[in-house]
Write a protein that binds this ligand. Structure first.
Ligand code: SF4
Length: 433
């Protein structure tokens, strides 16, 4: 970062690119608030027309939310003033990545502003049909590292287990769009038995990450069966779950779920967050409940053009995450999944974001920025360069303000035993590192 450079201010609460005019007034005119709606958790008081008569009990029931997801153009146009790009995108989404948005997540969308970050993530746009020469069906090369269906084994001591292809909301930039949403089914018992058999014969594996799809869309009983059978393998030390449910379906985080998860510690959860606007009262409650269950929470965020690619937005996100006890863990460079080029930023944008976080806010709030190597190869951390030069006996570094410092390397004393028999002498020799 250049000396004296400043963060852009997080000016509005929405942090989306605003539209001209009296947006809030218009929104209230279109969707006036009733006392009943105000009581519904996490809606910020405004429910679009289809759900005005929904009871609080129904709204807060995750199964009701799943059953009432928006999956068609007709349903979407009832709540959103769709742009031509979105209309075409929805029409063309058939046979590509499915459209599905929970009523809760849809209620967080700005019905007027097409630049709303929630809307941009969940509503298909025509740009998804544009194919780039760099697009890849399986950008992280997971299929070639899959020894049995549902399992990816790339790193020596840990595996990825895909337990379902269903998500509450389908993110338009999804890396696994080749797999998710097509059947909305969980892993078959037969495949799971194959996975267990594989793990029993691979005793170096000590860490299993459950992903998908979204593992928290499984019923508690099914999820518990998977967790308990993995936990029964003596060499599996750590269980992890990757999920977006606390953000798109916070009603899923119930005390019953947390009580069940607590039985399988050490268990960690990585939550996919994208934008500070996602951190509503419902999301705060969900994360608090998980954290109170003693589950360490981390965040994973995909860097997305026009959504979160500004340092002030990312700074707001990571600071808000710490407030709800979620440790910012990774920022991912957007993968090369088919039809997602319009979401991709340059790598320089990601480096600049880290540059403007490191030193400017709490160290715990600074995630690792990674590029998942195209075609397989794993996550490669990418950092601003703080080492200016390495010379003989010294390293020249710069700090977050651009000030330059020199660090002298240690002088190493090398001890050698004297060869003479009897008395042992110690000869010290100065060596320059
Ligand atoms: S929650 Fe994850 S797996 Fe599901 S659509 Fe979004 S990015 Fe893909």
């Amino acid at each position: 970062m250049q000396e004296g450079a400043k963060m852009e201010p997080a000016s509005d609460s929405n942090l989306s690119v605003p539209i001209k005019g009296t947006e809030r007034a218009l929104q209230l005119l279109l969707f006036p608030i009733s006392p009943e709606q105000k009581r519904i958790e996490g809606t910020k008081g405004v429910l679009p027309p289809p759900w005005r008569e929904v009871s609080e009990k129904e709204w807060n029931d995750w199964r009701w939310q799943l059953r009432h997801r928006i999956t068609t153009f007709e349903q979407m146009k009832e709540i959103i003033d769709l742009t031509p790009e979105e209309i075409e995108g929805i029409k063309q989404s058939k046979g590509r990545l499915a459209l599905a948005v929970t009523p809760y997540f849809a209620s967080q969308m700005d019905p007027i502003n097409p630049n709303c970050p929630i809307r941009r993530q969940a509503i298909p746009r025509i740009e998804e049909c544009h194919l780039s020469k760099n697009d890849m069906v399986d950008p992280c090369g997971e299929d070639k590292d899959s020894p049995v269906p549902g399992l990816v084994h790339r790193y020596p001591d840990r595996v990825l287990l895909l337990v379902t292809d269903q998500c509450a909301v389908y993110c338009r930039y999804c890396t696994r769009r080749r797999l998710v949403g097509s059947n909305e089914r969980s892993i078959t018992q037969g495949n799971f038995e194959e996975v267990l058999k594989y793990l029993k014969s691979h005793r170096k594996v000590r860490d299993v990450l459950l992903s998908g799809g979204d593992p928290l869309l499984l019923e508690n009983e099914r999820l518990e069966e998977i967790l308990s059978r993995l936990r029964a393998l003596p060499h599996i030390e750590l269980l992890r779950i990757g999920t977006r449910a606390p953000v798109t379906l916070p009603q899923r985080i119930t005390s019953g779920l947390v009580r069940m998860l607590k039985k399988y510690h050490p268990l960690m959860i990585s939550i996919h967050f994208t934008h500070p606007k996602e951190i509503t009262d419902s999301v705060k409650r969900a994360c608090n409940e998980l954290a109170d269950g003693g589950i360490p929470l981390g965040s994973q965020t995909v860097l997305l053009k026009g959504i979160n690619d500004k340092p002030y937005i990312m700074k707001k996100l990571v600071q808000e995450l710490l407030k709800i006890r979620v440790r910012p863990y990774y920022i991912y460079q957007c993968d090369l999944a088919t039809g997602t080029e319009h979401f991709r930023t340059s790598v320089a944008t990601g480096i600049q974001i880290i540059e403007k976080l490191r030193g400017h806010t709490t160290g715990y709030a600074v995630p690792t920025y990674v590029v998942d190597a195209p075609g397989g190869g794993g996550k490669i951390p990418v950092e601003p360069d703080y080492v200016m030069s390495r010379g003989k006996g010294r390293v020249v570094l710069r700090n977050y303000e651009g000030k330059v410092f020199e660090y002298p390397e240690p002088n190493i004393l090398e001890f050698k035993k004297a060869k003479s028999v009897g008395e042992e002498k110690v000869i010290s020799k100065k060596v320059t590192a």
